[in-house]
Design a protein around this ligand. Structure first.
Ligand code: 5GP
Length: 125
């Protein structure tokens, strides 16, 4: 079900539980600012999720409230993950669903990293 990105942060959301180690995830990267792990239901041969360590509902929440170190740390982590996965030359797509119309399902900011095949048009028509 899509989530309303204007709601307060729910610390029982599935990615908060992954961050606390309560639920396993196939981790690919972790530092002070971000955690990256494989999506449980991949939509492309490579489908990695990168999340900030802080409690942010969405891109909107993060871009409004996060500190400069959190923002730079997170953005650099996304780039690092894609680079280390060898995705720069073949190319990759980033996606951050925000709110109801986007069909955001998990209310903790996550950037999808899609790659591994030609990804087609940006949006379903
Ligand atoms: P959204 O629609 O919110 O942008 O994307 C949520 C993503 O989280 C989906 O691609 C979904 O497959 C993934 N996901 C949901 N629950 C879990 C989980 O427990 N573990 C992992 N690794 N991915 C999950």
């Amino acid at each position: 079900m899509a989530v309303d990105a204007t709601l307060p942060y729910d610390d029982q959301n599935i990615f908060a539980r992954i961050l606390r180690g309560e639920i396993p995830a196939r981790k690919v990267f972790e530092d002070d600012w971000a955690l990256a792990f494989h999506d449980i239901n991949p939509q492309s041969p490579t489908h990695i999720l990168v999340i900030p360590k802080g409690a942010y509902v969405s891109w909107d929440d993060f871009s409004a409230r996060a500190s400069e170190p959190e923002i730079s740390g997170f953005v650099r982590a996304v780039g690092h993950v894609a680079r280390e996965a060898g995705l720069v030359a073949p190319g990759y797509r980033l996606l951050a669903n925000t709110g109801l119309d986007s069909h955001q399902e998990v209310p903790h900011l996550h950037v999808h990293v899609f790659a591994g095949r030609p990804l087609g048009p940006l949006l379903a028509r």
